[in-house]
Ligand binder design. Structure first.
Ligand code: FES
Ligand SMILES: [Fe+2]
Length: 465
């Protein structure tokens, strides 16, 4: 047991005591939000920026969450991060993004300066300060822990936190073979949602909502698709015998790809659909299930081969499908997740703003030819969550969330009731949050974070406490 485990644990209000029931007040109580601010966020790895936001030496970007701001810099000595406060009287030094290559960071108040390594290079009127206040080590910017994975810089305010990879391991094992570090931004949008940050995360932790929230996905009958929902599933999943010819299989498969692509933007790319379209005349076996499997085997092969011919470092999609299958959504505790499809991915990051609002970002990430120069992505201005321009699928998800946030306040609604088989991720996640709030040991928290950094539709699991 670690040192922390021997100490008495802190009391947590609205703690999850029954793993199948999540108290509603966790999503709006101000005191609970303050506890997260103090005991969760400063101790977890947070995805602070994509490395392509700071491609050149000197490039920097600010990462803000709640009351803390960190500058992530591409310095001469590699990627560094610094707490965003002048060493004189605390003014924030940087906001947004920029380059410190020529001038470094200059405090707007009295003009003290730092270079990209965070070393103080100038104090105006040094002679008016005592020696004690001019100690060079103390004048340098305070470093923040930063570690890299998946084409991103992650920061952690806790110098005793376990390494990033230990905390999100299942994600790295699943996504590294998919060349996640080589993905580049195709587009990036953000919105402010009138929703607690955990509620927003949880909207993506189960596929149970697809039937009602995304009927366009649920109603396409894919052969051999088993459903876990018992007899109810038959209404919208016609049995395999509905397919008469192998051409039906090709039609329905391409239709499904189109619905995903139109609905999600980045998830299935137009390039992948173009490859599928060019395969309409291929020979397939009579048996619909066999035909379906063969179609996707050939599609994976074609996407891989054609991408490689263009100079894209595309992994072998069939090899991955057989040997390292990925869940449709891969979470990284606490606020980042990726949805891998055909070598591309959608990517989401959620940050709390207030107990009942959050900043919700969505990226389309694509593997481009190795020599293709991509523009430096810049954080978008957050738009309305009900922007009619958004792709269909997130728009449908966003439409439920504000209603859920309101419903949680209803008299008599004390807790959510979860499916133990399908909505377990929500429970695993919430109990991991409790582990941070009550001050559990690093060993316990690493195990819980690994279990919570999994895919969707997982059962309630023993997270170790
Ligand atoms: S507060 Fe920054 S130089 Fe004075
Ligand atoms: Fe959804």
């Amino acid at each position: 047991m670690g040192k922390k485990a021997k100490r008495a644990l802190r009391e947590v209000p609205f703690k999850v005591t029954n793993p199948e029931r999540i108290p509603a007040k966790r999503y709006y109580d101000e005191g609970f939000f303050e506890l997260e601010k103090e005991h969760l966020w400063p101790h977890v790895w947070q995805m602070a920026c994509r490395l392509e936001e700071i491609p050149e030496v000197g490039d920097w970007v600010e990462y803000k969450n709640l009351d803390k701001s960190v500058i992530v810099v591409n310095s001469k000595k590699g990627i560094r991060a610094f707490h965003n406060a002048c060493r004189h009287r605390g003014v924030q030094l940087a906001s947004g993004h920029g380059s410190c290559k020529t001038q470094g960071f200059i405090c707007p108040f009295h003009g003290w300066r730092w270079n990209s390594e965070g070393e103080n290079t100038f104090v105006f009127g040094r002679q008016i300060f005592s020696e004690e206040n001019l100690d060079q080590a103390e004048l340098n910017l305070v470093p923040c822990r930063v570690e890299l994975w998946g084409g991103c810089a992650f920061i952690n305010h806790d110098n005793d936190a376990p390494p990033l990879i230990d905390c999100i391991k299942p994600a790295t094992e699943c996504l590294d073979p998919r060349n996640v570090d080589k993905l580049k931004v195709e587009w990036w949008v953000s919105s402010v949602l009138p929703t607690n940050w955990k509620l927003a995360m949880e909207a993506f932790m189960e596929g149970y909502h697809v039937m009602r929230t995304h009927p366009q996905l649920h109603s396409i009958p894919l052969p051999g698709m088993s459903s876990r929902y018992g007899p109810d599933a038959g209404n919208t999943f016609p049995p395999t015998r509905a397919f008469n010819k192998s051409t039906d299989i090709v039609d329905v498969s391409i239709k499904y790809m189109e619905v995903l692509s139109d609905g999600m933007g980045g998830m299935v790319h137009a390039n992948d659909i173009a490859v599928a379209e060019s395969m309409r005349d291929i020979e397939l076996p009579e048996d619909p299930k066999e035909a379906f499997n063969q179609f996707f085997f050939k599609l994976n092969h074609e996407i891989t081969t054609r991408a490689r011919a263009k100079g894209i470092d595309m992994p072998d999609l069939n090899d991955l499908a057989m040997n390292k299958p990925a869940p449709p959504v891969q979470f990284m505790f606490p606020h980042y997740f990726l949805l891998p499809q055909y070598g591309n991915m959608s990517s989401y990051r959620i940050r709390p703003l207030t107990p009942e609002t959050c900043l919700f970002e969505l990226w389309s990430l694509v593997l481009y030819p190795e020599d293709e120069k991509r523009p430096r992505p810049v954080a978008p201005v957050p738009g309305r969550h009900d922007n009619p321009e958004y792709p269909e699928i997130p728009k449908q998800d966003y439409s439920n969330l504000p209603l859920q946030q309101l419903g949680l306040h209803a008299t008599g609604f004390e807790y959510m009731r979860l499916s133990k088989d399908i909505e377990g991720m929500i429970s695993n996640y919430q109990r991991t949050v409790d582990g941070f709030l009550e001050g559990r040991s690093n060993e316990e928290l690493v195990k819980a974070q690994q279990i919570s950094s999994s895919g969707l539709d997982v059962p309630i699991q023993d997270i170790g406490f």
